[in-house]
Design a protein around this ligand. Structure first.
Ligand code: NOJ
Ligand code: CA
Length: 712
């Protein structure tokens, strides 16, 4: 009896002993405690209002027995350390040239005496949110282990509005849904509209970054940072009111590997950071640098070869179906490097042919673009379309009509770089077989960057795009590329978690529904007003904006898709969707009739000194001003949803006393995405920091402004 009393008293003591952490500005407060079962528990509040109510932490492991599998309960606090950090660092490229990393930290060291093992939970509280992660120190019974599921909870306080896409282990190319949390289940079927490869994760499981808004106007964003040697996290929502403890909680849901396991861990190691960004406006969320700050500093000593790049390419014509990646329509087996193409009938629609590529090189040179991307240059597409999955591409054998030597010489002479394309056919084994040779080949021919892609189901069969082995694959490619001074833009790879801070040669990712879908039926009209709050919290996106011809049937009569945007908005996207790698994605013939509007794409930089978020409401409008990294010039871009929007913009971000010439590219009076997308108006005026601009954007519209510093 006495013994039981002692245990009870000890449990109560530990259950009530809350550890507190406050943000540097004192507005955010996080608390840590152990509950009666010795379960790590945290909460988060902002200005006294609860953001995340008491939520549990821990993991379920694969274990020989239930006791060993439980890494959630029976903990006792072995020690708590507090620290503070304040440092300003300079990214190699980014939305601003200096980033302040300022937080208070609390490290909670936990022992699970029953199983003779330890766990550390590290919290970092910034002025803009909370990050926490697990650390797995090597202890007697924690050397190697397998994760069955992570059990990190995020308990919501009410039925918030959410911007979400369906949880899926293999695609992120879904349309964003806007709904109450309680409506997620009812919307799920619609949310998982058919996609090229998909493995939905559950009826209430969604992806991160998940954007939330409370009814009293708080903006909350849930995501992760530094997802390395770990699988990608989804969140499962508990909408069952009869589950008193679980109701309204999100619980982490990791991507399984081919065997259904969620992580193979060797201690000592750490989990990714789980992030909760908090703000009083949409602008606060977009201005947060927490995701980058929670990543390790740059690991590359020499970064002089990493350069933000603006490019054009032989691309939209294949996407819209005007030309083809493959050289022939015949179904035949390609013997990589050995096939006699003289015996094959060309289809006459192969985009990557020498003359055509030279035309793009000319265009890039004439208009000051850095580079040209060419897809469909290498053999293997016939095999892939014929359904071979593994040994498809070797990444070094050009098609017979792609004269690599002539193209390389021509591009060099014109001062234009070529961008390599590696469609991996999602066979990571095949890609790793060829990677070293493929990168050497790029070095030999002077290619400085590669766009890679992972379309279709993964080989090894049964693996998933976002599992731990795949996340390790993507990072391996980045690290290998860095050895070869190569920049990487990976499509269909895991959504970014800020790792580009550590490896800035990771200059791009797609990892969401990009412009290509405008040719596959269209993106929702408000799509690009949601992306900054969701996909882009983790890092830049190769969205490939700049489409001027919205009617896809002009390129391909059998394609009746329409780009759901006005032309002026396509310009605004260069600001709204930040990327150090930006494409002018349309075909030359679609730019030629609109060279006055095209001027903005020529002028807009891809690297910035400073960014100012002028107005931002997910699903409605996003307007961002950015200052060129290398001049006094500013640029503003806006994208708006179905309703249109009147922007009233004070230019007080400009340098006081300095005059600027503003060139405004706005929607025409009669513009709308569906009726008159190409109606735009260009006006010029002199402005200063005391000026205000009023610009009306059409349904599915937007605008762009260049502000050039002038002397008089
Ligand atoms: C999907 C990518 O997103 C797209 O940009 C590319 O053209 C195709 N895969 C072919 O690799
Ligand atoms: Ca894609």
């Amino acid at each position: 009896m006495k013994h039981l009393m002692t245990i009870l008293l000890a449990m109560m003591a530990s259950a009530t002993m809350a550890q507190t952490l406050t943000s540097p500005d004192g507005m955010l407060k996080a608390e840590f405690s152990l509950d009666a079962q010795g379960r790590p528990t945290y909460n988060l509040s902002f200005k006294g209002k609860t953001v995340v109510a008491d939520s549990h932490l821990g993991l379920l492991l694969k274990g020989d027995n239930a006791d060993m599998a439980d890494f959630c309960t029976g903990f006792k606090v072995a020690g708590v350390d507090h620290a503070a950090f304040d440092e300003t660092w300079k990214p190699v490229w980014g939305e601003e040239s200096e980033i302040r990393n300022h937080y208070n930290e609390m490290t909670v060291r936990l022992d699970q005496p029953r199983n003779e093992r330890s766990l550390v939970v590290r919290f970092r509280l910034f002025n803009d949110g909370l990050g926490f992660r697990y650390e797995f120190p090597e202890s007697k019974n924690l050397v190697y282990f397998v994760i069955a599921e992570e059990q990190s909870e995020f308990r919501m306080t009410a039925d918030h509005t959410a911007w979400w896409i369906a949880g899926d282990y293999d695609t992120q190319e879904y349309e964003w849904q806007t709904s109450r949390l309680s409506e997620i289940r009812g919307r799920m079927e619609k949310a998982i509209a058919p996609n090229s490869s998909q493995t939905p994760a559950g009826p209430t499981t969604v992806q991160t970054a998940l954007q939330l808004r409370t009814d009293d106007g708080l903006y909350i964003n849930l995501h992760e940072a530094s997802c390395i040697n770990y699988s990608t996290m989804h969140l499962t929502y508990n909408d069952n009111p009869s589950d008193k403890d679980g109701y309204r909680k999100f619980v982490s849901h990791l991507t399984p590997d081919a065997q259904g396991n969620k992580g193979h861990i060797q201690t000592p190691s750490v989990s990714p950071w789980r992030t909760i960004i908090v703000g009083e406006s949409g602008k606060d969320i977009l201005a947060s640098r927490m995701t980058l700050n929670l990543n390790e500093p740059c690991k590359l000593e020499d970064t002089s070869w990493i350069r933000p790049t603006k490019y054009v390419g032989v691309w939209w014509e294949m996407i819209s179906g005007k030309s083809s990646w493959a050289y022939t329509d015949d179904v035949f087996s390609v013997q990589l490097g050995k096939t006699d193409y003289q015996k094959v009938k060309p289809n006459g629609r192969h985009g990557a042919n020498t003359d055509h590529v030279k035309r793009y090189i000319d265009f890039a040179a004439e208009h000051g673009f850095d580079a040209v991307l060419v897809e469909g240059w290498n053999v293997g597409w016939e095999d892939w379309f014929g359904n071979q999955k593994d040994y498809v591409f070797d990444f070094v054998t050009p098609y017979p009509d792609f004269d690599l030597k002539a193209i390389t010489d021509y591009a060099r002479q014109k001062g234009v770089e070529m961008i390599m394309h590696h469609e991996t056919s999602s066979s990571t084994i095949n890609y790793e077989r060829h990677l070293e040779d493929a990168y050497r080949f790029m070095n030999k021919w002077g290619y400085k960057s590669v766009k890679s892609g992972y379309v279709g189901n993964i080989v090894p069969y049964g693996e998933h795009h976002y599992s731990q082995p795949l996340n390790n694959h993507y990072l391996y490619c980045i690290q290998k590329a860095a050895e070869h001074k190569i920049m990487v833009n990976a499509h269909e790879a895991t959504r970014p978690t800020g790792i580009c801070r550590t490896y800035p040669n990771w200059i791009g990712n797609e990892s969401a529904r990009g412009t290509e879908y405008e040719s596959f039926g269209g993106n929702p009209v408000n799509h690009t007003t949601v992306l900054p709050f969701t996909r882009m919290i983790g890092g830049p996106m190769d969205y490939t904006p700049g489409i001027f011809e919205m009617d896809c049937s002009r390129a391909n009569p059998s394609n009746d898709s329409r780009v759901r945007s006005t032309l002026a908005r396509q310009l605004g996207l260069y600001l709204v969707l930040y990327s150090p790698l930006q494409m002018a994605a349309d075909m030359i013939e679609n730019y030629e009739p609109h060279m006055d509007a095209f001027q903005f794409i020529k002028d807009v930089p891809v690297d910035w000194q400073q960014s100012v978020y002028l107005e931002a409401e997910p699903g409605e409008y996003v307007t961002i001003a950015r200052k060129d990294k290398h001049s006094e010039n500013w640029f503003v871009g806006s994208s708006v949803g179905e309703e249109g929007h009147l922007s009233v913009i004070g230019l007080d971000f400009l340098t006081p006393g300095q005059k600027y010439e503003a060139t405004i590219y706005a929607d025409g009076k009669d513009a709308s995405w569906d009726k008159n997308p190409q109606s735009y108006a260009i006006t010029r005026k002199k402005v200063t920091s005391r000026s205000t601009l009023k610009i009306q954007s059409a349904s599915g519209g937007g605008f762009a402004i260049s502000l050039k510093a002038i002397n008089n």
